[in-house]
Design a protein around this ligand. Structure first.
Ligand code: AMP
Length: 431
């Protein structure tokens, strides 16, 4: 089989690496890929942008691609799956209508409310309907969100009413372009966040290993929000009882709701959840694709064939499949460019990749490009170093051995990825 992976980040490197391990796969193309996918065995990059759906379809036809797996949300929300299907090409992911769960936060919030799925209370406004008095009447802190895709940056947590009104007016005034034409004003939730990711096809579900990510840039979960500074799997917070509750209260009603609304779901479905003190799994957001950086540690633990999993979903045979996992924990540390998540440097040569390649674990590339014999930084999140180990603490140790072998000018990374899980492990072992 020939596979096309759409995207060029760490998640796509992990997807390509995993697909290439399948005995059924002859070659994996990654569009556009990065310096890491360029050197994987049986993988090559295609110089096609991830959002150029016409060119991606043309590539898939020309190279006789059997299955396309879409990494990022942009092409899914823009309707890549519908286009490929119309052209008779298999493409793994939700249709444009189903991908609105991620593409529009007001759509998602209305959906959640209509189907009685737990989530923060909210109100949506356009510039014409904005009501500053409503905002001033809400409890603080308050969360203001741009409706559309904003690369993880369209969420502002406000400590004062004036900050909330200002953030809302800025978004409605165009600071996020089209994405901010509608905003969601949302109650602030407390608790601990987990990522719950499944492969779904209509009402059939294969649950992936649990994971947790760290969204804030700095240690102790402080500093600005990012696309994710690290992640680990499993998430000890998700006990079997909580797992059942998430399935019953979130995943099953979501898939039922999508079907009854006429948009059955197929593909990776990612629920970003805030687990309240009392165990209520409140939905913060849905993503219509695999998480990044969650994909890197999760795929390190996946023992089943990823192609079998995607095909079982496309063929409606998910229930026949038992997904197998490495019982070890995996933990990924994101190495980012200086300045990220604000304006960051690019073009810095990365040292130590060869030395790291001889260590246990795996370094997935994200924002990298090859030039002559060097690998240069070319994005905000540059690499994700993933370790495996019996416990999360062991996986963390292995991941940081990789991190310490690699360097570039003004590299930044957190030193504490996995700290909550490790504290839980320590507490569980205490006499
Ligand atoms: P989102 O893109 O909606 O997941 O928001 C990004 C991040 O903002 C989340 O991962 C949370 O850390 C935080 N966040 C979003 N909504 C809320 C909320 N209602 N209460 C508390 N934190 C939130």
């Amino acid at each position: 089989m020939k596979i096309l992976i759409v995207g060029g980040g760490g998640r796509e490197h992990a997807l390509a690496w995993k697909c290439a391990q399948s005995p059924r796969v002859e070659h994996v193309y990654v569009a556009p890929g990065n310096a890491g996918t360029a050197v994987e065995q049986h993988v090559s990059n295609a110089a096609v942008a991830a959002d150029d759906i016409d060119a991606l379809l043309e590539f898939a036809v020309r190279h006789d691609v059997d299955l396309t797996i879409v990494g990022p949300e942009g092409p899914l929300v823009a309707g890549i799956v519908d286009r490929f299907k119309t052209a008779g090409r298999r493409c793994f992911g939700p249709t444009r209508a189903a991908a609105r769960l991620e593409g529009s936060k007001s759509f998602a919030k209305n959906f959640l409310q209509r189907h009685a799925i737990p989530t923060a209370s909210f109100a949506a406004f356009s510039a014409a309907t904005f009501d500053a008095d409503y905002v001033r009447a809400q409890r603080l802190p308050l969360v203001i969100k741009a409706d559309g895709l904003a690369a993880g940056k369209g969420v502002v947590i406000c400590e004062t009413h004036e900050a909330a009104v200002t953030a809302a007016r800025e978004m409605l005034g165009g600071s996020f372009g089209e994405a901010g034409k509608t905003i969601v004003v949302e109650e602030f939730l407390t608790g601990e966040e987990v990522s719950f990711i499944v492969v779904a096809h209509d009402q059939q579900v294969a649950v992936l290993a649990t994971s947790q990510d760290h969204k804030r840039r700095d240690d102790a979960d402080r500093g600005p929000n990012t696309g994710g500074m690290g992640a680990y799997s499993p998430a000890p917070l998700v006990t079997p009882a909580l797992h059942q509750r998430i399935m019953r209260e979130v995943i099953e009603p979501t898939l039922r709701g999508l079907r009854s609304d006429g948009h059955p779901y197929s593909g990776f479905l990612y629920a970003g959840l805030m687990i309240a003190e009392d165990g209520t799994p409140n939905v913060l957001e849905f993503n219509c694709r695999f998480g990044d950086p969650e994909a890197q540690p999760i795929l390190m633990r996946l023992q089943s064939d990823l192609i079998d999993l995607c095909e079982a979903a496309l063929d409606g045979k998910l229930e026949d499949l038992a997904v197998r996992w490495d019982s070890r924990a995996a933990l990924g540390v994101v190495m980012a460019a200086g300045g990220y998540p604000d304006a960051y440097r690019t073009g810095d040569p990365i040292q130590g990749l060869d030395a790291a390649a001889h260590l246990p674990g795996k370094v997935f590339h994200a924002g990298t490009r090859a030039e002559a014999s060097q690998v240069l930084t070319s994005g905000g999140r540059v690499l994700c170093a993933v370790g495996l180990g019996k416990r999360v603490a062991d996986a963390q140790h292995q991941a940081y051995e990789l991190v310490h072998a690699i360097h570039w000018n003004l590299v930044q990374y957190r030193l504490d990825i996995g700290y909550r899980a490790i504290a839980r492990e320590v507490a569980a072992q205490a006499p």
